[in-house]
Design a protein around this ligand. Structure first.
Ligand code: NAP
Length: 304
């Protein structure tokens, strides 16, 4: 049986020269439930000690529909202010461009202010990877590129990425950028296979973008599947998980990591033991047969 190659411990972040762990940790849910800076520091330590060095946040994380904008960045900023040595251990990724109640804003004035505000909240001089969170239909990519290139030139941002962009939106922005994109962050999970089939990952390979998978467990849906399709996907993951002595979540991370585009799943759990458990994804082996069986379950129809 042909086995797929195991994932490397680290991967290059596009052509940035930065090396990142093949599994990242995300802080979308970090500011939930009034988590203290002490508790947040414990999670940051757990993630770094477990072997992740790519930490993903965004200015909107913490926003609950009414308030909380910036809270997740601010919490991490407090952690970094208390323990400045942590900053050098992480590749710090953040995002901006969604300003409630206006859906998306990538005007020059807004982007410049958003980047400055993120730096201030994170209490850092530079953001290693700054991602446009969602495309603003009303912003010309040439104008967005100019602002982002200026931010890189000014040393505020080290590298650039996009999230939730279509293939053409990614290509258009990249075309105008002097400092080319190094990453893309779509939703990817065994329950969300769009970008595996619609060409987004092929574009990532073509442009040398590192794909970061948001909600790799479908936001937790994979752990508690309800629909027939979700249950079928879970069952295919469970076959491999049971045979190799890991959980379904770990099998899901490793399934993503086996894709040749070098997908980096962003673990979303805010529970220390689940972050640590995620690292066993490096040991899971996938045959082509098993990998495609998960894909077919997710498609809901056989391959042609
Ligand atoms: P996820 O891994 O799909 O879901 C995590 C959720 O599942 C958590 O609420 C977690 O709860 C729960 N869960 C239940 N059982 C679990 C288990 N056994 N192992 C792990 N988690 C379990 O990821 P996500 O939080 O939705 O997203 C991950 C990251 O992607 C975010 O932190 C953020 O960095 C990024 N993201 C980006 C975008 C974007 O638009 N770019 C959108 C969404 C997310 P516990 O915390 O209790 O474990």
């Amino acid at each position: 049986m042909t086995m797929l190659p195991p994932p490397p411990a680290t991967r290059p972040l596009g052509a940035s020269g930065l090396s990142v762990s093949s599994i990242a940790w995300g802080m979308w849910r970090m500011a939930e439930g009034g988590r203290t800076a002490t508790d947040a520091a414990r999670l940051v330590h757990t993630a770094l000690d477990a072997g992740t060095n790519l930490l993903d946040t965004a200015d909107i994380y913490g926003f609950d529909g009414a308030g909380g904008f910036g809270d997740a960045e601010a919490l991490l900023g407090d952690v970094l202010a208390t323990e400045p040595g942590l900053r050098g251990r992480m590749v710090l990724a953040s995002k901006g461009g969604i300003m409630p109640p206006l859906p998306y804003d990538q005007s020059a004035a807004y982007l410049n202010a958003a980047i400055e505000a993120s730096l201030k909240r994170l209490k850092t001089d530079v953001i290693d990877l700054w991602q446009v969170h969602r495309p603003d239909i009303l912003a010309h990519p040439q104008e967005v590129a100019r602002v982002l290139d200026d931010a890189v030139a000014a040393g505020k941002i080290r590298t650039l990425g996009v999230s939730n962009f279509t293939i053409h939106q990614t290509a258009a922005l990249n075309q105008f950028l002097g400092h080319k994109l190094v990453s893309t962050q779509p939703e990817i999970s065994p329950l969300r296979i769009d970008c595996i089939e619609n060409g987004e990952l092929d574009q990532a390979m073509m442009l040398g973008l590192t794909p970061l998978a948001w909600s790799p467990l479908g936001g937790g849906r994979l752990v508690n599947p309800e629909s027939a399709r979700d249950k079928a996907v879970a069952a295919e993951l469970d076959r491999v998980a049971l045979a190799q002595g890991v959980s379904r979540s770990v099998a899901a991370y490793s399934w993503l990591m086996a894709h040749p585009a070098g997908i980096i799943p962003i673990i979303g759990s805010q529970q220390a033991e689940r972050i640590v458990e995620g690292m066993s994804a490096f040991g899971v082996k996938w045959s082509r047969t098993d990998w495609y069986a998960v894909l077919v379950a997710a498609r809901g129809v056989p391959l042609p």
